[in-house]
Each structure stands twice: as C-alpha cells, then as structure tokens.
Design a protein around this ligand. Structure first.
Ligand code: SF4
Length: 328
C-alpha cells in the first residue's frame, strides 16, 4: 500500500449521508464504498447536509418547483415552502467549506439540494412532464459551482464510471498538491520545478493550455511572482477540468518512450509498441504501458522522468489505471 504521506491529503467536501450518517429524509444513509474505503485513507472529509439541520430527520421529502423561472423548494406532501432555510444554510456553509481549502466535492445524486445534474424541476401544480420540463441542479450544488466554478465536483453515482472517476481523482490530488505548494510560499524556482514535474500530466489534459502556462513560468520574477501564481492557478484549474482523452494520453506515453529510443533494443521497443497498441485498442489498461515505461526508467535511468507526477499522480491502490474503461 502507498504511504498516505507520499501524497497530499485531499480535502473533500462530501454530502454527509455518503459517509454513512443517517441524515436522509427517512432516517437512513447512503454510505458510499469508494469514498469510505477507497479515498478515506488519503482524504479529510468536510461533511455538509443542507436538509437535516434545517428540516430535521426523518422529514417530509422535498422537491424543486419552478414558478416561471423562480426556483422554490417545497414539501411534496404539504407543499410547505422551505427555500429560505435551505438557502440560509447554503449561504453560510459554502464559504465555510471554501475557506477550509477543499480540493473537490462529492455530492449525493438525485437530491433536490445535493444533486449535480438531472434533478427534476416540477410545475407549480406538482406535475412533471418528462422532456417538456426543465431539469437542473440541486440548490446547494448549483450555488457551490457558481461560487467556485474551478472546483472538482462529482456525484457518487457518476464516480462509478471508471473514466469520470480517474479524471476526478487526478483533479483533486493535483489540486491538493497545488494547495500545499502555494501554502509553502514558493519562490520562482519552486514554480519552475512544479511546472516541470507536472509537464506530462498537464499535456495529457491539454497541450494548448500547457503551452500557455510555459511563458507564465518562464517570465516570472520575484517581483511578478504573485501575479504569475494567480495566472498559473487559473490555467491549472482550466487544464484539470478537461477530461483526458486516450489520444492525448498516448501522445504523452510516446513522448516518454522517446527518452529511451536510443538505448532500447529491438525486443524492448517491440514490447512497448505492442502494449501501447493494445492500450489504444482498449485491450489492456493504461497501467500495463506505465509498467513498461517504469521498467525503462529503472533500467536506463532518467532523472527527468522519475520526477514526473504523471507516473504516480495518486495512490496506486485506487487502481484507476487498471481499468480498461478508465480512458476514452
Ligand atoms: S441533503 Fe444531501 S447530505 Fe443531506 S441527506 Fe440529503 S442528499 Fe444527503
């Protein structure tokens, strides 16, 4: 098992019921295995629940009602309007979570407060006519994404998809590394090192954004460092919000392979090219190609590659690179 100290501790805002807290409308929970067993050793959770502290548990279920664009939250049985209490909670809790430096959020799907997408917006009559009616976000998550558009947010249901899960985990671990980097009050040289170590990770996200980051780092001076860090951070957020594509990842792998071309014998070259082709075709997972490259790094040595975060961006136990479906 990776030692948690090899990686930054990720700060995650989480819907409290996903941690196993019995705060759902019926007094139950929605304990999520990936969160509580996969991520927990490497994360600190910052729980929130926009409903239980306001409405109590158990409670009447609520739904979003769309009054000609004015969004309200109403009880499904009594039609009681509970918008104010929930909005007051959100207004206080979201800045608190952001001031605690959360690196991402995992929210409960299908909730009119926590859901991130496809939440039904009912008509004032209480009806919902499928595709004719609007769907959207729960109140809490809508506000969270308005106030922190850069934040990695996912629903526990979407995280069952290997590709979305890999992208989310890559995002939050990189964000946590950046947060700790900034907290350590870096100088210009440290920024150059951070950028160099993240080169292949950033290229796997977006070559264009990576190219924009280069001059920001190259032109930074002690006098302009604060501005450079702000610009770099916003480009970093933009890069991390891109979902990696298999083609971009293969370019990065080939680039790394290029470091050893002169040293490799024909058999080693063929072994890499075969494994990489099987990854391209979705026959083997990415970890198979990484293992071949890691073998080359060990055997032939490369200081430049051994410090690349792309080769170990998050704990291997999360096994995200062992799934063929983790790349599209
Ligand atoms: S409001 Fe959110 S955190 Fe609270 S029980 Fe509902 S889904 Fe879970």
């Amino acid at each position: 098992m990776s030692s948690p100290s090899e990686f930054p501790q990720v700060r995650l805002a989480v819907s409290d019921c996903l941690r196993g807290t019995e705060c759902r409308y019926n007094g139950g929970h929605a304990q999520d295995d990936f969160l509580n067993h996969g991520l927990a050793p490497y994360a600190k959770f910052y729980p929130f629940c926009p409903e239980a502290p306001v409405l109590g548990t158990p409670r009447e279920t609520i739904r979003i009602v769309n009054f000609d664009g004015e969004i309200r939250v109403r009880g499904t049985r009594t039609d009681t309007d509970v918008t104010q209490g929930i909005e007051d909670y959100n207004r206080k809790m979201i800045p608190k979570l952001l001031s605690q430096g959360v690196d991402g959020a995992v929210v409960k799907s299908r909730s009119p407060t926590c859901g991130m997408e496809r939440i039904k917006f009912y008509r004032p009559t209480g009806e919902w006519f499928g595709s004719q009616d609007k769907m959207g976000q729960g109140l809490f998550t809508a506000r969270l994404q308005r106030e922190a558009p850069w934040l990695a947010v996912e629903e526990e249901g979407r995280l069952k998809d290997a590709w979305l899960r890999e992208n989310f985990v890559m995002h939050v671990f990189t964000q946590a590394r950046w947060r700790e980097f900034v907290e350590a009050k870096p100088d210009v040289k440290a920024l150059q090192t951070f950028h160099r170590q993240h080169k292949f990770l950033l290229q796997s996200k977006s070559e264009a954004i990576f190219r924009e980051m280069g001059p920001v780092v190259a032109q930074a001076t002690p006098q302009t460092l604060a501005h450079a860090l702000t610009t770099y951070e916003s480009l970093l957020h933009e890069a991390l919000s891109q979902h990696s594509k298999r083609g971009a990842v293969i370019n990065v792998l080939d680039h790394m392979f290029g470091f050893f071309k002169a040293s490799l014998n024909a058999e080693e070259k063929a072994h890499y090219l075969e494994t990489r082709e099987e990854f391209r075709q979705g026959i083997v997972p990415m970890i198979a190609v990484i293992k071949v490259l890691q073998q080359f790094v060990r055997h032939y040595g490369s200081d430049y590659l051994s410090e690349q975060v792309f080769l170990h961006p998050y704990p291997a136990e999360l096994a995200l690179r062992s799934k063929v479906e983790a790349y599209r």
